[in-house]
Structure formats: C-alpha cells, structure tokens
Design a protein around this ligand. Structure first.
Ligand code: ATP
Ligand code: MG
Length: 369
C-alpha cells in the first residue's frame, strides 16, 4: 500500500506522481510531515497560501499556533487522527479547519526520539473556513438585528395599547395622539418587512443578468417626480442635470433601477438638510471603475452633514447607520443602501460613495452602456 501511494526521495516520503494532480486540485492546503514535524511535501494550495519553499522546514514555521502544534504532537505519539479549528492572525484573521491524520500504523512512544522512527508520517490538511464562519456570524447578527428593529415599534405599540386600556381610556385628546404614534410605528414595521422582502428578492436574482433595455433618463425623471412631495416637505430643491444629446439606454430591470435612485435621492433629501439643494447628474464616461468599456454615471450630490470617512466602508451593510437615532427619527430602516448595493451588483455596475470635502456626500452609480 505504502509503495503505491508514496515514493522515497532525498527529502523524505512524497506522494507518487500519479496522485499529485489530485492533491494539487484540492482547495485545502495539504502537508506531509515526518516524525520530526519536518515537511516533506506541500500541495499547490499550500505553496500558494503559505509560501513556495516549505519542504524541509519545521511545520511550526507554517502555522505558529500552540493548539495545532499540541495536536500534531498527540498524533505523533498516539492518536490516529485529530480535527480542530484554529484562528491565524495575519493581515486579517483566518479560520482554518485542521485535520491531522497519521499515515501508516505506528505511533512513536513519547520516550523515543522521533528521528529513530521508520518512515513515520502524517498528513495535515488546512481548510480556510473563514467565509463559512463569517456567513454564520452574519446570519445570527442579521436575525438579532431584525428582531431588535421589530421589537422597538412593537414595544411602543403594546405600551400605548396598555395606556389606552387604562389611564387614557376616557382621554379623547391623548387617544388621538397615541393612535397617530401607533400608526407611525406600525407603518415602520410594514416598511421594514417590505425592505427585507425586496432585499431577499434582489439577492435571489443577483446571478441573473437583466436582459431588457431600459431608459435611464425616464427612470431618473420618474424618481424625481415621485420624491418631489418629500422634497417640498423637507424644503429641498432637486436639480437635474443631463449631459447634452445623451441617450441613456442600459440593460436593466426598470423597477429595480427605479428603487436604486429612489433610495439614493430619498437619502440625499433626508440627510441633505433643510433648505439645501440635491443635484442629480447624468453623464457618459468612456471609462468607469470596475466596468469594461464605456458607462453611464448618475451622481447624487447633497449638501448635508456628509458621512465621516470611517463609516464609508460599512455604509452598505444591512442595518448600518451613521447616526441611529437620526435615521430612526427619519423613519429609516437602515436597509436602503444594502438594497442599492445588491441591485447595482446584479446589473454588474458600481456604486461609489464619497464624502465631499466642502459639504455633503455624493453617491455615484455606474452602469455599463
Ligand atoms: N446622503 C447621505 N448623507 C449622510 N448620511 C447618509 C446619506 N445617505 C445615507 N446616509 C447614512 O447611511 C445610513 C444608511 O442609509 P440607508 O439608506 O441604508 O438607511 P436609512 O436611510 O437609515 O433607512 P432606509 O432603509 O429607510 O433607507 C443612514 O442611516 C445614514 O446614517
Ligand atoms: Mg435610506
């Protein structure tokens, strides 16, 4: 059996050539070590992720993790195999699922120098499970966030029901006031559920490229028309600038693109500040970040408080808000930009968010021409 799988070389036992393509095809990093923990073989993923020249080194030079080294020791001296999960801090924290299995029958007694062992070896596989861990954390964070977001309006509503049944039973004025608040809170829950449903719908269709040809100018004009009552209420002027002689047909889904611009212009109105102006600018670009070929750029610029730089990278995460109190008070669910991000991704476009140096923020959507 041994002769079929391994061959002896100057550096120790290595797998036969015939199984190398299999080992090199695995996404996990595979190492074979001898009883001194010396590496005798590394597959392609191992070389790519941990360095090109690892053969002959002590395995400790690959992963300096005490739990992992202890587990290797146990396999050297008795255990047939061990599995564990370890976190390795590089520029980012990576979580590996580690499997250490003794190859061949014998373990080495603790009191015997490993060097004396006859062809002792173990196979170690390191599988990067950070994306799975991250997805699990995100899922539980998401459930916690949704529960929290639903809980606050529900608590308010049930509080007012109690009051209406009790002390405010015959107080007509209080009843009217409480009913208005209860209505607002239930509308907030409806909005939250609508946004969650539209987010999950967008995510489900993200891999399907839209096929229809749609008119970006018409979509932008409809956005502005829909939001003009809100703009009037907030005393904000919307200024539309469209580059001359431009025809802006793109491959897209009309309702989704409308939602993108509704969310962005609504934010610009909400966070842009009373009495200020919001500019919506459409232009054609020969080049755009992350897009092959020419693109259309729709920029939404406000003159509000802007967004401190440290918040920019996380702004499109679900429920992320710069100022939670202010956003809630404005009726926000914190899902608007997450929806925008996923729709733009589905259209293979790009979203760029900038904090303007002088005042306000600008959100640019790039779509392939
Ligand atoms: N133009 C802007 N100027 C300043 N801050 C902004 C702007 N747009 C978004 N933000 C910040 O980003 C956060 C996330 O925006 P997002 O649109 O996702 O949520 P929201 O507006 O709070 O709720 P909604 O789901 O109703 O849109 C906001 O809460 C706000 O703090
Ligand atoms: Mg919003």
């Amino acid at each position: 059996m041994r002769n079929k799988i391994f061959q002896k070389t100057e550096t120790g036992l290595v797998p036969q050539k015939i199984i190398l393509p299999v080992l090199d095809g695995l996404s996990a990093a595979i190492f074979i070590i001898d009883g001194n923990r010396k590496i005798t073989f590394v597959n392609k993923s191992g070389r790519k992720n941990f360095g090109p020249n690892l053969v002959d080194l002590d395995f400790v030079q690959v992963i300096r993790n005490p739990d992992c080294l202890k587990a290797i020791d146990k396999v050297i001296h008795g255990k047939k195999s061990l599995q564990l999960e370890i976190g390795v801090q590089g520029t980012i924290l990576t979580t590996y699922k580690v499997n250490i299995s003794r190859l061949g029958a014998k373990s080495i007694p603790e009191n015997l120098k490993a060097k004396n062992s006859d062809n002792w070896r173990a196979i170690i596989s390191l599988e990067d499970i950070s994306p799975i861990r991250e997805a699990l954390t995100m899922r539980s964070d998401f459930v916690a966030n949704v529960s929290h977001e639903l809980r606050s309006p529900l608590t308010a509503i049930s509080g007012f029901i109690e009051t209406l049944k009790g002390s405010a039973k015959d107080d007509h004025e209080a009843r009217e006031k409480f009913l208005i608040i209860m209505e607002e809170q239930s509308q907030r829950m409806v909005r939250l559920i609508d946004d969650l449903l539209s987010l999950s719908k967008v995510q489900a269709s993200e891999h399907l490229l839209p096929k229809n040809s749609v008119d970006l100018i018409a979509i932008i004009k409809q956005t502005i028309a829909t939001l003009s009552p809100l703009a009037a209420a907030e005393n904000v002027k919307i200024n539309l600038e469209i580059a001359e002689n431009i025809e802006a047909m793109v491959k897209g889904e009309r309702d989704q693109l409308l939602q993108v611009f509704l969310n962005l212009v609504e934010n610009a109105i909400k966070y842009g500040g009373d009495g200020n102006q919001v500019d919506v600018v459409l232009s054609a670009k020969a080049k755009a970040p992350g897009i092959a070929g020419p693109a259309f750029m729709v920029e939404i610029i406000d003159q509000g408080i802007g967004i401190p730089r440290e918040h920019l990278p996380r702004l499109t995460e679900r429920f992320y808000r710069v100022d939670t109190g202010r956003s809630r008070q404005k009726g926000g669910t914190g899902l608007g930009l997450a929806i925008v991000k996923h729709i733009v991704a589905r259209h293979r476009g790009r979203l760029q968010i900038k904090n303007n140096d002088d005042r306000g923020a600008s959100f640019s959507v790039f779509l392939s021409q």
